[in-house]
Design a protein around this ligand. Structure first.
Ligand code: PEP
Ligand code: MN
Length: 336
């Protein structure tokens, strides 16, 4: 339920409404808009009708949210959310490029690609230190050593870092090094992990599950917001279909659809969506044209030698070219 407060509602009037709802077991999420304060209240809807909240001084109107996801919905918040990662804003006028290797392999590789990303105009550095691999025998990541290499690359370039966490027990450790926590596709419905990253208050990049519907994806985001962490960015990374020539199928419609259903920023990962570096640039352009707030792009100093996902990784030259070629597309949609 959404309680819209009047423009001139006093702090005492706001506290009275909050107090009443909290005494009935509601969790309150205050949302300060440009003009007015809205109180998101999540709890037992059976008691709502007997509450008569409209009669409370300072209350303008009360609205039920019919969708199963509440705080992530546009009904709860009309204005677009802007998530700050270090000094970078996602969801504002700039389209943010988050680039780097699939996995952190060693310090030299990480520093090399970090310099390339910085020079090409990328704003956030990515790299996996904990890798959720399909095979238990594949490289699983450098773990804390990898996190240290990411931190070192951030120190040198000033680029904030996004990296994946795959386990609730590791959230604290990863949060010490990362500016943004990534929840991978395979973990989109790992609810204890979602709660754990929610509790850190750190920005979260929530990837869409391999076969997740929009509603399941938004419900996962709701888990994070329910912990009062509103810094969530959604990432479309392709879904499972019958097609085998691409690793996944990029669901471009997810961008405008999510934007109509939710106030959260949406970024697109054309690397995992296609599994083929040659398809990354055209789909990155399509994503920008469809309104994406950012791109997550895998890049490696030497893709054929990459320990993981080399086939879909851009070389330094190709990354530079793509970020340059995106400019007219950004301009066409009024972004930069
Ligand atoms: C990744 O970004 O490295 C990754 C493993 O992606 P996904 O979870 O989308 O497969
Ligand atoms: Mn990868």
């Amino acid at each position: 339920m959404i309680v819209v407060m009047k423009l001139d509602a006093s702090p005492q009037e706001v506290d009275a409404v909050k107090g009443r709802l909290e005494s009935l077991g509601f969790k309150i999420h205050p949302i300060q808009g440009v003009k007015r304060l809205v109180l998101g209240a999540v709890g037992d809807r059976k008691v709502v009708s007997s509450l008569n909240l409209e009669s409370f001084p300072g209350v303008e109107k009360v609205m039920r949210i019919m969708k199963p996801y509440k705080m992530v919905s546009r009904e709860a918040k009309e204005e677009d959310t802007v998530v700050r990662v270090g000094n970078v804003e996602i969801g504002g006028t700039k389209v943010v490029s988050m680039c780097g290797p699939c996995a952190v392999e060693n310090e030299e590789q990480m520093l090399h690609i970090a310099r390339v990303v910085k020079e090409a105009g990328g704003q956030i550095l990515r790299g996996g230190a904990f890798k959720p691999r399909t095979s238990p025998y594949a490289f699983q990541g450098l773990e804390e050593d990898g996190l240290k290499m990411l931190a070192r690359a951030r120190e040198e370039t000033g680029l904030p870092v996004v990296t994946e966490v795959i386990n609730p027990q590791d959230v604290e450790l990863v949060a010490q090094y990362a500016d943004m926590l990534q929840i991978g596709s395979r973990n989109m419905q790992n609810y204890s992990l979602l709660k754990a990253v929610g509790m850190t208050g750190k920005p979260v990049l929530l990837k869409r599950g391999l076969s997740a519907t929009m509603e399941e994806w938004l419900m996962s985001a709701e888990y994070i917001l329910a912990e009062k962490n509103y810094n969530v960015v959604l990432c479309e990374r392709g879904i499972r279909t019958f097609e085998t020539y691409t690793r996944n199928t990029l669901d471009i419609s997810a961008i405008p659809l999510i934007k109509s259903l939710s106030h959260l920023p949406v970024v697109v990962d054309p690397s995992h969506a296609t599994g083929n570096w040659k398809l990354v640039a055209p789909l990155a352009k399509a994503a920008v044209a469809a309104g994406a707030d950012g791109l997550l792009i895998e890049a490696h100093p030497n893709p054929p030698e990459a320990m993981c996902d080399g086939e879909q990784s851009l070389s330094p030259k190709n990354l530079q070219r793509l970020l340059w070629e995106l400019k007219p597309f950004l301009k066409a949609v009024g972004r930069n």
